[in-house]
Design a protein around this ligand. Structure first.
Ligand code: BTN
Length: 274
């Protein structure tokens, strides 16, 4: 079984700011909670937590995130971008690209990205991103970026079968989670350098569009304003999803979740330019 420890992680890390310091917990409530606590204790940007088993691992929309011993990479990172709130959603886009590239680097697999935060292999979910806000001890806001990747699991509980996959199932070999964590932190740091002053996604967006499995598809979107459907025609500058509505109009969904409708007519979209 792939071993993880504080020493193994520290040895695997490439030079850089992200993952310094890095903490490892064999069992933790949630790595996002652990980073939130570190933020409250005054930790700096780049502090990271990796957990093997999370007892209260969470996904978006209050869902549970399954983590079984030895199987997943559960990593959370403390960020302190000075951004207007409308720009912080872009961190999810940036993190999805970084995670896809890290998987390409280490596992030689090419995940597709389902807007905004799902990583898919062969149409099944292999990873996801959960960005949350936190607070310093002096009340200043920060971001907790949580990334979960199904790495070495060989099966899933029946509720997830057919929906989830792992790098091992898709690639047929065991992947070192420390090496993957190191690649992930390096890829995150690389993209964050351009993003940080002002939330600029111009470097990450073409990389996101190229990997998108949402663009060109008919989707049903659930957002704060309820449910709408249309064709996904682009990713807006801030990371929102551009939808062409059935009445010919266009709208941008800033956050939320989409369901991809059955493959039918694909339309030309800005992915074709990538
Ligand atoms: C999703 O796809 O719904 C997001 C999943 C995010 C899971 C990760 S695992 C590391 C971090 N800690 C958590 O409790 N959640 C995130």
């Amino acid at each position: 079984m792939d071993q993880l420890s504080q020493a193994i992680l520290s040895r695997a890390l490439a030079p850089g700011r992200f993952g310094r310091p890095i903490y490892y917990f064999p069992v933790i409530d949630s790595t996002n909670e652990a980073v939130r606590r570190l933020a409250g204790e005054g930790a700096g940007e780049g502090a990271a937590v990796v957990g093997d088993v999370q007892l209260q691992g969470r996904g978006r929309r209050g869902r549970q995130w399954l983590s079984r011993p030895g199987e997943g990479l559960c990593l959370s990172l403390l960020l302190r971008p000075e951004l207007p709130p409308a720009r912080t959603a872009g961190v999810t886009i940036l993190a999805a690209v970084a995670a896809a590239r890290a998987i390409e680097d280490v596992a030689e697999l090419r995940p597709g990205l389902k807007w905004p935060n799902d990583l898919l292999l062969e149409g099944r979910k292999v990873g996801g991103i959960l960005a949350e806000t936190g607070r310093d001890r002096d009340g200043k806001g920060c971001l907790v970026l949580g990334i979960g990747i199904n790495v070495n699991g060989q099966d899933f509980p029946s509720s997830l079968r057919g929906i989830a996959t792992s790098l091992r199932i898709a690639g047929g070999r065991e992947i070192g989670r420390a090496e993957l964590a190191s690649a992930l932190l390096s890829r995150l740091e690389e993209l964050y350098r351009d993003f940080h002053p002002g939330g600029d996604l111009s470097r990450a967006l073409p990389l996101y569009r190229r990997r998108s499995v949402t663009l060109g598809r008919r989707v049903k979107a659930r957002g704060p304003a309820g449910e709408i459907s249309g064709i996904a025609v682009g990713i807006a500058e801030g990371g929102g999803l551009r939808l062409q509505l059935d009445n010919g109009g266009e709208t941008v969904i800033a956050s939320g979740e989409v369901t991809l409708r059955a493959e039918g007519k694909r339309v030309r979209n800005d992915q074709d330019l990538g």
